[in-house]
Design a protein around this ligand. Structure first.
Ligand code: FE2
Length: 316
């Protein structure tokens, strides 16, 4: 039994010197203000889902600051606090609630939160598109599929990826505290594990194939790698792609479809280079669906789309 149980990732937190520029990027990325009057030294942005905010920025030197993880309740927080010598505190952010701040083996700050209250729905409601017609199956008859131009509609944070210095140590740390289960362990050679896609243990309630991905890269420092936000569907993702291009923002990798997790993905960089992903149509697993082992080809390859920049660099 783990000390607590994660339900999902809740938010990511960054530092940046220019909150107006971060906001301009995130609006083009498809988020909206989480509060009517943004505080002076913080920026809180949300999607259309239940989270009161999904992305926070503090004024400061650019960098990753924290990952928020929802746990079940106050009892989970109290057990985490007791185990790690931390304290349960009021969470000073939209939605309030309680937080325990933990530090993982590589120094990443994890904000375990509970009792957060969802804010009223945002006015900008996500589109509810007409269904897709497939060859031989046509649910849309006499109606028209029209895609609104403009930003994607970010719904929620779906996962976060950390480059770690020791995969097994980090895996143990997260599983012991949050009860994550492995969806796919990455083994470049049989028995040699350097990473894993892990999901929340929700029993029969389906969960994304990955909620967190820990990845040990030989010779590379521990670092935040990317955060990933779910959008409505592939049309919403592509409309947002065009909108980000027209805004002059930096495309990192996309559009394509992953193998592990199956998402259609589109990776961008925020104004300070942090990778941030739009995704849609990912795999959903229950706890009983178990996990597997995959190689580097499945990790870095795609089902379609441009090559991973890591591979493209090696091919030069
Ligand atoms: Fe991702």
């Amino acid at each position: 039994m783990s000390i607590a149980k994660a339900y999902d990732v809740a938010h990511v937190r960054f530092r940046a010197p220019d909150l107006d520029r971060m906001r301009a990027f995130l609006v083009d990325f498809g988020m909206v203000d989480a509060v009517v009057d943004q505080p002076t030294d913080h920026l809180f942005m949300r999607g259309t889902g239940r989270a009161p905010f999904v992305h926070a920025t503090e004024r400061g030197d650019p960098g990753f600051a924290a990952l928020g993880i929802w746990v079940r309740d106050r009892a989970d927080l109290e057990r985490l606090a007791a185990h790690d010598g931390a304290t349960v505190e009021p969470f000073d952010a939209p939605g309030g609630g309680l937080v325990v701040r933990l530090t993982d083996p590589d120094g990443f700050v994890i904000e375990a939160i509970a009792e957060q209250v969802a804010l009223p729905p945002v006015e900008r409601i996500a589109p509810q598109p007409e269904p897709w017609n497939h060859a031989g199956e046509y649910p849309r008859i006499g109606r028209f599929r029209r895609v609104a131009q403009g930003p994607s509609h970010v719904q929620r944070l779906g996962h976060c990826v950390f480059g770690v210095s020791n995969f097994r140590s980090s895996e143990q740390w997260y599983k012991e505290r949050f009860g994550f289960v492995t969806s796919d362990e990455i083994q470049p050679a049989p028995g040699v594990a350097i990473g894993a896609f892990m999901r929340a243990d929700r029993g029969d309630e389906p969960c994304d194939h990955h909620t967190i991905f820990l990845f040990e890269r030989p010779g590379a420092p521990a670092q935040f790698m990317h955060s990933a936000f779910e959008v409505v569907d592939v049309d919403d993702l592509m409309a947002g792609h065009d909108h980000l291009v027209s805004g002059g923002w930096h495309l990192h990798w996309g559009v394509g479809r992953h193998i592990l997790g199956s998402q259609i993905f589109d990776y961008w960089n925020d104004p300070w280079g942090h990778e941030i992903e739009h995704w849609t149509d990912g795999d959903k697993l229950r706890t009983a669906d178990g996990g597997g082992i995959a190689g580097m080809g499945e990790l870095l390859g795609g089902q379609w789309g441009p090559p991973n920049p890591v591979i493209a660099e090696l091919m030069k």
